[in-house]
Design a protein around this ligand. Structure first.
Ligand code: CA
Length: 227
């Protein structure tokens, strides 16, 4: 279940879009101005941020720049006004991942959201980018995961987490490490998010998720991936 932060000051749009996203199965939190958007984006672990540019207190471009400077790597989808081409260019330069021009059709926005949530992580991968454990084969470059010969559907965040485990095989990783390196975000208050995603990986990749063979709990510390 992916979570989305919607930063939009227009009440009607915030309400209709928020409702629609919830209908689609997303968990939605809202912010009504740039300050609140920045605070939530840097303190809560979202999977995607929808960021309007024209906002009170602090405009969306400034918020986007600020959250990237804080080290948050969550995908950002900007909402830009028609005709403001410069905003799109600036936005993409300072770390936004995509934009939709207002007024937009909801299906178009949903498609962009879906694409961003599934997009391959942009970090360059190691030359040998195929990993195997048990019946699971992971192609990091192709962002493909196959188990028992069948494709496994992982969210973008689950994939990033899996990749981080694979690249750090055998190391004990604290929840804080994982939150910082996979979510790009340094507070330790939301480590529960890590647990939820590890549970997701176990569910999808372990034969018996309750007795994991690969994604191990290190009591009192965090997790460890072992082949
Ligand atoms: Ca606005």
């Amino acid at each position: 279940m992916d979570s989305i932060l919607l930063v939009e000051d227009e009440y009607a749009l915030r309400m209709t879009l928020g409702d629609r996203l919830r209908q689609e199965g997303y968990v939605v939190d809202c912010a009504t101005d740039g300050d609140e958007g920045f605070t939530k984006a840097t303190q809560l672990p979202f999977d995607l941020i929808i960021l309007d540019i024209m906002l009170p207190r602090r405009d969306g471009l400034d918020v986007c720049r600020g959250i990237r400077e804080s080290g948050v790597i969550t995908p950002v989808l900007m909402l830009t006004a028609r005709g403001r081409t410069a905003d799109k260019v600036t936005g993409l330069k300072i770390g936004a991942d995509d934009y939709v021009t207002k007024p937009f059709k909801v299906p178009e926005l949903l498609a962009r959201i879906e694409a961003l949530l599934r997009r391959a992580p942009t970090r360059p991968s190691a030359p040998s980018a195929v990993y195997e454990f048990g019946q699971v084969r992971v192609d990091v470059r192709g962002t493909e995961v196959v188990r028992d010969g069948r494709p496994v559907d992982l969210s973008a965040r689950e994939f990033q987490l899996l990749r981080f485990f694979l690249e750090n095989e055998g190391a004990t990783l604290t929840r804080e490490d994982l939150l910082t390196r996979v979510w790009g975000y340094s507070a330790s208050t939301f480590t529960r998010t890590v647990d939820v995603h590890v549970a997701g990986l176990r569910q999808k990749l372990e034969d018996d998720p309750r007795q994991p063979r690969f994604f191990l709990t290190v009591q009192g510390l965090g997790y460890k991936f072992k082949k």
